[in-house]
Design a protein around this ligand. Structure first.
Ligand code: SF4
Length: 451
């Protein structure tokens, strides 16, 4: 076990209990460097390194999996840490054999593989949260963020298992890698404690969350929480913040989160990047989910949650898109009455398979289709917003100046959707959530008065 005893200065004593991590590092120099990186990160966050098992709040065992003898040594080291301390996180090369580790030591808190620094550190956070001292620490407890204080993006996975023909994200970022559910929840809780009122759940394919982990459970608040879309939404819904879902594909299991929206646990909002509606174009795009059943699915969702707002993005001028495909898209758009839409003119991305489709749509046709698409979207939005006038809604405030407050409804995500103007209401502050009655609407925005 590393025998680095960190100085316990009087400042630290004054700050109360200092979270302390024990570290066992096995294997080759590469594993040692991994250990050093993990320790550096933890030390920078205020953790102390314990000289023995007894003084540690949690023990990290960095394993080696090169030879059978090394694996046995790793299993023995995990066993010793379990016996001496009982709270053990396993990482390193042998971590790829999670099944074998858990078979021998079912009580380990988390298992991560080689080079997964972020996951190890998150597992330590989940086991022993860092103690933040605003006078001593340069980085705020919730991390450094580029968003305003009252909303934050919460990334639940990286990469994507789909292979859409216009996209090179899987080439750049690889297949889906989900974060364990308790890592996501630890971050979400920390954000809410730091004053975040709205969590914007993001990934490349949010509804596929946990597939790569085989929906593995991890401990959260004394109960096992599966890495599964529905259960994660339920847990997020308990934090008392607005929870907004982005990049959701209409897979059948999305049906299960609609009741949470109807009950007010998460926002009645789904950002579904449909990209097109014509079956021929969707096939050429190689889009996930059974799009031909989408209309039926949306109808059912609206029956369950009449307030549901679906926002989406589309691409016009995809290679091979005919006039008929485009008319089909416009008709579909009118029928589904999407709350918000964005539209891109197709652009070839270097390395994307769609570039091999010969039937390129000329630029002037793309342009004309884009304008017609946006005009139809505007019509749909105007009609929908007119129906909201007179209703009492919740508004989250984004900005306040001398003329009043600017906010958003539960149907509007920051940056991409519409606004709610609370003219003359200067007593509010960013992050307030207030009740207001809608007095007026135009194509994309609402005007309201606080009630
Ligand atoms: S467009 Fe989205 S779903 Fe399709 S491959 Fe790219 S990241 Fe995955």
């Amino acid at each position: 076990m590393t025998a680095t005893l960190e100085k316990s200065g009087s400042d630290e004593k004054k700050r109360g209990h200092v979270p302390t991590v024990g570290f066992v590092s096995l294997g080759c120099p590469k594993a040692l460097v991994d250990s050093e990186r993990i320790l550096t990160k933890l030390r920078a966050e205020g953790y102390r390194v314990a000289p023995d098992y007894a003084g540690a709040d949690v023990v990290v065992v960095n394993t080696c999996g090169f030879l059978d003898s090394a694996k046995q040594e790793s299993l023995d080291a995990i066993g010793e840490a379990m016996a001496e301390n009982g709270r053990v996180i396993v990482t390193g090369c042998f971590g790829v054999e999670e099944g074998r580790i858990r078979e021998s030591h079912p009580g380990v808190l988390a298992v991560t593989g080689p080079h997964q620094y972020e996951q190890v550190v998150e597992a330590v956070h989940a086991a022993v949260p860092p103690v933040h001292d605003p006078f001593m620490d340069l980085v705020p407890a919730e991390g450094l963020r580029l968003t305003p204080r009252h909303y934050a993006y919460l990334k639940i996975s990286e990469g994507c298992n789909n292979r859409c023909s216009f996209c090179i994200i899987p080439q750049l970022r690889g297949d889906l890698v989900s974060r364990p559910s308790n890592h996501v929840m630890t971050e979400a809780e920390r954000l809410v404690k730091a004053g975040v009122k709205e969590l914007l759940v993001i990934s490349q394919d949010t509804s596929a969350y946990g597939l790569d982990l085989k929906y593995a459970e991890s401990p959260w608040k004394g109960r096992p929480l599966p890495a599964r879309f529905q259960q994660l939404c339920e847990a997020l819904g308990e934090l008392g913040a607005w929870v907004r879902l982005h990049y959701v594909y209409p897979y059948p299991h999305v049906d299960n989160v609609i009741p949470l929206m109807a009950e007010g646990k998460i926002l009645p909002y789904l950002d579904i990047p449909f990209q097109h509606a014509s079956p021929a174009v969707l096939k050429a795009m190689r889009r996930p989910a059974h799009q031909e059943k989408t209309l039926e699915r949306l109808r059912r969702w609206r029956e369950m949650c009449p307030d549901l707002a679906v926002r989406s993005t589309f691409i016009v001028g995809f290679p091979g898109e005919t006039d008929e495909d485009f008319e089909f898209l416009l008709q579909w758009l009118r029928e589904v009455e999407l709350a918000r839409v964005g539209c891109f003119r197709y652009e070839p991305v270097a390395g994307a398979p769609a570039n091999d489709i010969a039937a390129v749509v000329p630029d002037e046709v793309k342009e004309e289709r884009w304008h017609r698409f946006m005009a139809t979207a505007k019509e749909v939005s105007e009609k929908r917003l007119a129906g909201i006038v007179g209703r009492e809604i919740d508004v989250i405030v984004d900005e306040v100046d001398d003329e009043g407050a600017l906010g958003r409804s539960q149907w509007d995500a920051p940056e991409i959707d519409g606004s709610v103007f609370l003219n003359g209401d200067t007593a509010l502050k960013a992050g307030d959530i207030v009740k207001a009655r809608v007095t007026n609407a135009d194509d994309y925005d609402l005007w309201a008065e606080r009630v």
